[in-house]
Design a binder for this molecule. Structure first.
Ligand code: CMP
Length: 373
């Protein structure tokens, strides 16, 4: 929290520190990315022959970039908690690769244009801290078995196709298809539908084979893309589920539910955020969902009064229970985090968890919005 002070004997607990560190690192990583882009531009430009007269300046720019990364590396090492993880982690390794190779190569006497090429490691700074990368790593790890199976199928198709091409074409084109390794090059460019055209089958059988290889290549790539796409979707659903679960278990309404019922509820609820002042529900409109307040406060605007609802309470249930239009507007009084339950899921939940429906109905009646009975 801004302006928060701690007595000298007390330290902020780790839960409070994590968001702070994350915020600081986000700013730092943005700066580092900008420096990396400058360095990469200097290293790429340095390979253009017409910029040879500026060789000295390009090398100086690369050294300046490496110096910035060396300072970052030292600072991060200094800040890291003691222990082997201080050095043995991927972040420190990337920091080291960004800081050391270019100056080290120059110190060891490498020509400046060759030393500058080691600036290619700065590209790693562009992906460092990227949360999407963690997601990709998890998807690859989760889906490794089907991915490896497709890779094996790919290898089998490659080998069969290269052998068939060798048999069909070796007599007519011994220089291009005279061995399996030579035929494999043609097979790889054909199966990926890259088709450089440097090797082309001329026999009828060879052309038939080329068609079959192209079609099976498309199929295998589609399979790969499908596995990755469903892996990503599954991982995102899992993330959503965990996020909702954390919020759902805090709600008093669901406290008595067992784990299976809780997980059913969690699957149905969709987490949503609204900024302060946003209209969530409008009076007179048909109701298609109800909301549980997970964080923040909402304000109900009836014709007669304004009622504050806090975290743990719900609203929007009346229209679902009675089938009538919304009888009040509900506005976010502070930034709020809500869990939305759509009408179809509300009906399903009401059928499976009648005690939840009873509580919701009782609350509606207490509010004087639903007719008893
Ligand atoms: P609904 O009619 O679907 O949409 C507006 C919501 O405001 C309503 O459901 C209730 O959830 C809520 N609401 C209306 N009047 C009150 C009240 N007196 N106290 C608390 N909540 C209310």
């Amino acid at each position: 929290m801004a302006g928060e002070t701690f007595p000298s004997s007390t330290r902020p607990d780790s839960a409070a520190l994590v968001p702070r560190i994350a915020r600081t690192l986000r700013h730092e990583s943005l700066g580092e990315r900008l420096v990396a882009i400058v360095g990469l531009a200097a290293f790429v430009a340095g390979t253009l022959p017409r910029l040879a007269p500026y060789d000295r300046y390009l090398t100086l720019s690369c050294l300046a970039v490496a110096a910035v990364f060396a300072i970052r590396f030292a600072l991060r090492l200094y800040r890291a908690p003691p222990g082997p993880e201080r050095i043995l982690n991927i972040g420190t390794f990337i920091d080291f690769l960004a800081a050391a190779p270019v100056p080290l190569a120059l110190l060891l006497g490498a020509p400046p244009d060759a030393a500058r090429l080691l600036g290619v490691f700065w590209s790693l700074k562009l992906i460092h801290f990227n949360p999407a990368l963690g997601l990709l790593a998890r998807v690859l790890s989760n889906e490794r078995q089907p991915l490896v199976s497709v890779a094996m199928a790919f290898t089998v198709v490659l080998l069969f196709a290269a052998t068939a091409a060798f048999l069909a074409e070796r007599a007519a084109q011994p220089e291009s298809f005279g061995s399996i390794p030579a035929a494999l090059w043609w097979t790889v460019t054909t199966i990926t539908t890259t088709g450089y055209g440097d090797k082309v089958p001329v026999s009828f059988a060879g052309r038939l084979l080329a068609g079959a290889v192209m079609v099976s290549g498309i199929g295998l790539f589609a399979l790969w893309a499908g596995i990755l796409a469903s892996g990503f979707a599954q991982e995102l659903r899992r993330k959503d589920f965990l996020q909702s679960w954390e919020l759902v278990v805090q709600l008093p309404l669901f406290r008595g539910l067992g784990a299976p019922a809780l997980s059913e509820v969690t699957r149905l609820l969709k987490a949503q955020r609204f900024p302060a002042g946003a209209m969530i529900v409008k009076r007179g409109q048909p109701g298609d969902s109800m909301y549980f307040i997970a964080e923040g406060e909402a304000e109900v605007h009836t014709q007669a009064a304004r009622i504050r609802l806090a975290a743990g309470q719900f609203f929007g249930e009346m229209a679902l229970v009675s089938g009538e239009p919304r009888n009040a507007s509900v506005v976010a009084a502070t930034p709020v985090r809500l869990l939305r339950l759509d009408v179809v899921d509300f009906l399903g939940l009401a059928a499976n968890q009648p005690e939840l429906l009873n509580i919701i109905q009782a609350e509606s009646e207490r509010r004087g919005l639903a007719k008893p009975g």
